[in-house]
Design a protein around this ligand. Structure first.
Ligand code: OAD
Length: 234
């Protein structure tokens, strides 16, 4: 149980494990996406320059998978916590699906982007909602400016989004909980080390992440089973 006092500020970091029970594969586990796809061929600026059709095949497939799933009890537990804590809860996800929003979370920071948004690779038109499939034989979509429309995803070699807001919120939190993330991808993997001096730190998941030693407490189990009832308000 994690007790939240009236003056606590909670930072939640979620990873692909939180969506696993909904049917979205993780990246590194058995059946994980990176077991079947080469990252540099489908999720990097190099891939986009070399073969954008292959990149869109990959993200169209991921859109199709994500469109067919529903939030699980872990997403609902976090949405419920947001209703109780308001802006004392900060939900930062590495996930690009929209299952937190579907469960009712209203203020989700997607540091690795959003699967159902696209943007121009050339002009500064803001990212826009897009659930289309551009799987071949479909053409690669183009912007009015002539640039190519790309997924609104942070690829390997790119900088995650909204990091200023993430780091300032990390500086203020008194409780930090990471859920369903293996602790290997930076900068998210180092968030726990940054808050360790001023926040209580917790990890939830069926396996120990590589950075488990930095956490104060490890709750072993699937997020959908552990999260409901885990947080108790004082
Ligand atoms: P990983 O595939 O590296 O780790 C998934 C974690 O989820 C593992 O630690 C599993 O033990 C855990 N897990 C599996 N089932 C779970 C369940 N039911 N409940 C809770 N945890 C469970 O995925 P991430 O850590 O999310 O980035 O990966 C981080 C980033 O690497 C992703 O955002 C993505 C990827 O490359 C980009 O694409 C930029």
């Amino acid at each position: 149980m994690i007790t939240i006092a009236t003056d606590d500020r909670v930072f939640i970091l979620t990873g692909s494990g939180v969506s696993a029970e909904s049917g979205i594969p993780t990246f590194r586990g058995s059946g994980g996406l990176w077991r079947n796809y080469r990252v540099e061929k489908v999720a990097s600026p190099y891939a986009w320059a070399r073969d954008p059709a292959l990149v869109w095949d990959f993200y169209s497939m991921r859109r199709r998978v994500a469109a067919g799933v529903k939030p699980n009890p872990a997403h609902f537990a976090l949405a419920d916590l947001e209703r109780k804590l308001g802006d004392r809860l900060f939900l930062c996800t590495q996930n690009v699906d929209n299952l937190h929003e579907q469960a009712g979370s209203q203020r989700v920071l997607h540091m690795h982007g959003e699967l159902f948004k696209s943007r121009c690779d050339t002009c500064d038109r803001p990212p826009f909602v897009d659930d289309a499939s551009y799987e071949r034989p479909a053409e690669i979509p183009h912007c009015q400016c002539g640039g190519k429309i790309r997924p609104h995803i942070c690829w390997f070699g790119e900088v995650p989004y909204d990091l200023d807001r993430v780091f300032s919120t990390l500086g203020e939190c008194t409780i930090f909980a990471a859920i369903g993330t293996s602790g290997v991808v930076e900068p998210a993997a180092s968030f726990v080390a940054q808050v360790a001096g001023h926040a209580r730190t917790y990890y939830v998941g069926p396996e120990r992440p590589v950075n488990v030693a930095i956490f104060d407490q490890y709750f072993e189990g699937e997020a959908g089973k552990v999260l409901p009832g885990l947080f108790v308000l004082e």
